[in-house]
Design a binder for this molecule. Structure first.
Ligand SMILES: C[S@@+](CC[C@H](N)C(=O)[O-])C[C@H]1O[C@@H](n2cnc3c(N)ncnc32)[C@H](O)[C@@H]1O
Length: 258
């Protein structure tokens, strides 16, 4: 886990903030992100499509009655944040933001701290047991009620050796039946292989590597969940009209209640 803000190493959180037009990034982040945009210009649209997916999916969950959310790899606060969207439906919605980048924790505490119902945990999702222990400690999540488990634009930063499907399963098994997985992720299908390799190379010296996967490699992340319509689709097309932007898939799924 990056333990302090390092301005010499590109950070996935800060590069994403730059891509979204935010203010929390350094020269190294901008240089690396600009290289990535040059290799894969559609990324700007993809990042915006990802935020659109997040908003639609969180609202959908809230309308299904989900009142508590754990946002894993939450990113630097970007409006509207998960708690703002959820609270349009349930004013008492509870949200825990989890991220391993210290810049996220610093900004989140200032912007998202809202009494006990909105909480920030600085932790690494590759250590799900530590995250779950911290959640129990904070006492914000009711483990007997369904949870919105958000892995939005983050699992491509977890290598195969670190077992992304096992990490998702750990949260699935701990939370109550009827919990929902909200997942978006980089997908290399339909992307020019040379561009994909350049993007991956640009991440080599960043705080995290980037592992764009195929649909076939992504599907097992939903094991033990039932996908809700329209299933695992292009990020820009989940309950929206697109047009499709190659490079990212998204889906929402639910654990069975019996
Ligand atoms: C591309 S941003 C996505 C932010 C937000 N989920 C969204 O979709 O708007 C990815 C975030 O995941 C965080 N992240 C990457 N690897 C992580 C890990 N192993 N544990 C916790 N957070 C991680 C990064 O710090 C960054 O803030």
């Amino acid at each position: 886990m990056p333990s302090a803000i390092d301005v010499t190493v590109p950070s996935s959180a800060r590069m994403y903030d730059y891509a979204l037009g935010g203010k929390d990034h350094y020269a190294i982040d901008r240089e690396t992100a600009d290289r990535i945009f040059a290799a894969f210009p559609a990324l700007r649209e993809l990042v915006a499509a990802n935020r659109g997916f997040l908003q639609r999916a969180v609202r959908f969950l809230a309308e299904q009655g989900v009142r508590q959310f754990v946002d894993l790899g939450a990113g630097i606060p970007t409006s509207p944040n998960v708690h703002e969207i959820a609270r349009e439906v349930h004013p008492d919605a509870r949200v825990v933001y989890v991220d391993h980048d210290p810049i996220v924790a610093a900004h989140s505490r200032a912007l998202r701290a809202d009494g006990k119902a909105v909480t920030v945990i600085e932790a690494d999702i590759r250590q799900p047991d530590l995250v779950l222990a911290a959640l129990e400690d904070k006492d914000v999540i009711d483990f007997d009620e369904p949870v919105g488990i958000l892995f939005i634009d983050v699992l491509h930063f977890v290598t195969d050796d670190e077992d992304p499907a096992g990490i998702v399963a750990r949260f699935r098994d701990r939370f109550a039946p009827g919990s929902h997985l909200v997942l978006s992720i980089a997908c290399r299908d339909g992307v020019d292989p040379e561009s994909a390799d350049k993007v991956t190379a640009a991440y080599q010296n960043a705080t995290t590597p980037l592992i764009p996967r195929t649909r076939e490699q992504i599907e097992p992340l939903f094991d033990g969940f039932e996908l809700v319509p329209p299933g695992l689709v292009n990020m820009a097309c989940w309950r929206a009209d697109g047009p499709e932007i190659p490079g990212g898939l998204a889906g929402v799924a639910r654990t069975p209640t019996e």
